[in-house]
Design a binder for this molecule. Structure first.
Ligand SMILES: Nc1ncnc2c1ncn2[C@@H]1O[C@H](COP(=O)(O)OP(=O)(O)OP(=O)(O)O)[C@@H](O)[C@H]1O
Ligand SMILES: [Mg+2]
Length: 427
């Protein structure tokens, strides 16, 4: 079957996006560091679709750092292809995040979390959304080889995350002309004509200078700038093996409860600030969820700080009934700011350490400054992104500081201390 005679894509690309399109018409690999809200996600979606329409039997991939972002992009694409009649009959495969077009081209949506399991047959196009949050290994060892046989193309659109990331290297190849396949184009937020200049001027006034340069001017800074510093320096090690008996108490944890479509996250820190237990789940009945939280808390004899908004109070009551030591944390605008600042300091001072958990790392890196209607600066996840990982960790850090304080002041000792003393004695 052929394609509809005229396919008009909406919205039409804006000026900045047209520059990017022209670059992609000429070069095989195009690196596009863009300011926030430039329109990179929308551009990549439209480009992916246009390319798939233009080339029958092509295999194209969308790659996002984490699963729910890939799923969100899939849903946007799904709407377009259904509305335009571009999808093959039975070709919209939601569970596989795969769309087959009437010209036998296939578009698949993947997330980088799966790491080296991302392998496939020859690929004609890869669109890497927020490539600066994707690991080098995924590009160089998985995607690049898949594009080799086919001479396939890749587009990288992202807000930069420092010169240490591989996207900076690729950007330089494109900029210097050192590798003729590569081209680079830097697009600040102001290249999106739909963003009011006043908004950008205000951001410039309000934000730390380096944050503005990175997030709005799309510059690669020597160190990545964002709400949270030192994320990479605090990353390392592994969670506890569930078979091992925990001994580094007192332990303290944070719990962020699922709201609509996000996750419940439980994070527990040991006395040294190491994330030793982490659990993340959604779409679960409350009793089952409470059971899972209380099991973790009891295993570590951890004191938990649980977000108490909406359903939180009931959950806290049930956890207490089950013998868990916990307090509620009521999130308001200002309490959230203080909580987040506590996490900022813990990272800044490298007081905590966590393993390479993709959702956690991505959420920490995309967390942003936001201007409230009253003109204050607040922190939050970008529109449509989750903050459950950040909140659970921030709650854990607060609980951890309190536990350490009590511990130092001798208010608290754990049975584990007694156990350890006994072992020392026996040895
Ligand atoms: N060509 C266009 N015409 C009209 N609106 C557009 C166009 N491109 C983008 N937009 C709008 O601009 C906003 C930002 O777009 P998009 O989400 O694609 O940007 P982004 O650079 O991916 O943002 P973020 O940095 O938040 O990931 C959206 O509301 C989108 O609908
Ligand atoms: Mg985007």
């Amino acid at each position: 079957m052929g394609l509809p005679a005229v396919v008009q894509l909406r919205p039409p690309l804006h000026r900045g996006q047209l520059r990017l399109l022209r670059a992609l018409e000429q070069y095989r690999f195009v690196s596009a560091p863009c300011g926030r809200r430039f329109g990179k996600t929308l551009f990549l979606l439209l480009f992916l679709l246009m390319s798939s329409i233009a080339r029958p039997r092509a295999m194209s991939w969308w790659v996002d750092p984490i699963h729910y972002l890939a799923k969100r992009a899939y849903r946007q694409m799904e709407q377009v292809v259904i509305n335009t009649g571009l999808a093959k009959q039975g070709g919209v495969l939601k569970s596989e995040l795969r769309i087959e077009l009437v010209n036998d081209s296939v578009i698949e949506f993947h997330s980088a979390e799966r790491g080296d399991r991302l392998r496939g047959e020859g690929l004609n196009l890869a669109c890497l959304n927020e490539a600066s949050l994707i690991k080098a290994q995924l590009w160089f060892e998985a995607l690049y080889p898949m594009l080799t046989d086919t001479g396939g193309q890749a587009a990288f659109a992202f807000t930069p995350k420092g010169q240490g990331h591989w996207t900076h290297q690729v950007f330089q190849w494109g900029r210097s002309g050192e590798k003729p396949d590569y081209h680079s184009i830097q697009l600040p937020t102001s290249a999106n004509p739909f963003i009011k200049p006043r908004m950008i001027a205000e951001a410039k006034k309000d934000l730390p200078a380096d944050t503005f340069r990175q997030e709005y001017l799309a510059e690669f800074l020597p160190d990545s700038s964002g709400v949270f510093r030192n994320v990479a320096a605090c990353t390392g090690g592994a969670l506890d093996d569930p078979r091992v008996i925990p001994v580094d108490g007192p332990y303290a944890g944070g719990v962020d409860l699922a709201k609509h479509n996000d996750f419940t996250v439980v994070s527990i820190l040991d006395r040294n600030g190491r994330l030793c237990w982490h659990d993340r789940f959604h779409r679960m009945d409350w009793p089952l969820m409470e059971e899972r939280i209380s099991e973790a808390a009891k295993r570590y004899r951890a004191h938990l700080l649980v977000e108490s908004n909406s359903v939180g109070d009931a959950v806290i009551d049930h956890l207490r009934e089950a013998g868990v030591s916990c307090d509620g944390f009521s999130t308001t605008g200002s309490s959230k700011q203080a909580l987040i600042q506590g996490l900022m300091v813990a990272l800044e001072q490298r007081l905590i350490r966590f393993p390479d958990l993709p959702e956690l790392l991505v959420e920490l890196q995309i967390f942003e400054y936001e201007r409230t209607p009253s003109g204050h600066i607040q922190y939050s996840a970008p529109e449509g992104a989750h903050d459950d990982e950040v909140m659970a960790l921030a709650l854990a850090v607060k609980a951890w500081r309190d536990a350490r304080k009590n511990y130092r002041e001798g208010y608290l000792s754990t049975d584990l201390d007694a156990l350890r003393a006994e072992r020392r004695h026996a040895a």
